[in-house]
Write a protein that binds this ligand. Sequence first.
Ligand SMILES: Cc1cc2nc3c(=O)[nH]c(=O)nc-3n(C[C@H](O)[C@H](O)[C@H](O)COP(=O)(O)OP(=O)(O)OC[C@H]3O[C@@H](n4cnc5c(N)ncnc54)[C@H](O)[C@@H]3O)c2cc1C
Length: 378
Amino acid sequence: MRLSSDVMVIGGGPAGAIAARTLAEHRIDTVLIERKLDNSKPCGGGIPSPAFKEFMIPLDIVKTQVHSIEIISPSQKRLSITLRGGTISIVKRSEFDSLLRREAVSKGTRLIEAEFVSFLETSPSVKVLLRRDDGEPVELTSRYAIVSDGVNSRARVSLGLKPVNSVFTLSTRFSEIKSNKCEFWFGSEHAPGFYSWVFPLSAGTGSLEANNIKNRFYLFCERQGFKLCDMGVHSTAEGLCNLRDLRGYRIPLWSLRNLVLQYNSSILFAGDAAGLVMPLTFEGIYYAMASGKQAAEAIIEKKTSEYKKLWKERYLRRFSFMKFLWRYFLRNDRAVERLIDLHRIPEVQEVAMELWLRKSVDKKSLNSYVKLLLKVKE
Ligand SMILES: Cc1cc2nc3c(=O)[nH]c(=O)nc-3n(C[C@H](O)[C@H](O)[C@H](O)COP(=O)(O)OP(=O)(O)OC[C@H]3O[C@@H](n4cnc5c(N)ncnc54)[C@H](O)[C@@H]3O)c2cc1C
């Protein structure tokens, strides 16, 4: 089968669906390619509530609103923070992604369920080979392509680019809401360079190394008091947890050196396929949607060469600073204790929460966070 469109969007997660919706809203003929329409990505599903207004996403998709977070330090000191100026909205990813794709379709996007296989041509137009579930090959030709097929991006590799740098996670999801908080557990035994988490609909652990991740998850269960065993991960005779419900998945570790937003004037990257997850917090849904929208707007305005510049103008300082904090404070447990203690200071806490919940805040907030942290760091 042969198809053509003005723009193809490869991957129908948050980045791709928002990109396709934005293009279709401007009457641009768009094909959105998703390999699995009932895909359910392992994810905490936590999104800062202001994002729903910014991207005009109906609120009834939200399962619960989280009003407070709890941070547990390696030495078991707890820091509870009541969120002000927003909440963390928890969504079920399968439902959320389907909703975003339906919205894109309602604006005129053509959605096809097929797997991207390879690029056949990359310039001046883009031709790709896709394969449908029934095995039928499809050739699609477009003027532009947005690559948004996630952290394991096959499209990126097909262009001869390095895979996205990443950290590893192992997590489980709950079928019903188990908690009304988001808990972040720090400790190098179970989450070196990352954290373990218990969110209303999921729990898991992350690590810089993939090989020992199951044991790290067990260690986290133990530390957490086996509460996870009540949550669908069952205790065995040995006192360990049953791994039946656990899923491993990678999360991009952003770096400026490895940042790929554009291949040529026809092919742009968005979301995890571009590595756009915020270091330290490892929040990616907002930045996936934001980059999908920016990439689409660059195509609408026929200024694809401006996309990288615009992304950098808006986000580079934030990503670079968070990467610095990640490298400095998540290097060992002593440094993590210090970071958490710093966030007991009301001024630091306030500006950190503002930056996390409200992405549209101006440079002033980022500057004051930087200044406060650097002032009290030593
Ligand atoms: C365990 C875990 C917990 C997380 N928790 C949070 C959280 O609470 N909050 C947060 O903000 N972020 C979280 N993240 C990060 C977040 O999930 C990602 O940053 C976000 O999903 C990126 O969106 P995306 O659209 O770029 O990619 P994805 O969501 O990965 O979407 C890519 C899409 O492309 C499709 N695809 C892949 N390959 C192909 C192919 N060859 N052909 C066609 N289609 C293809 C996939 O099926 C998928 O639908 C978490 C990540 C993990 C792993």
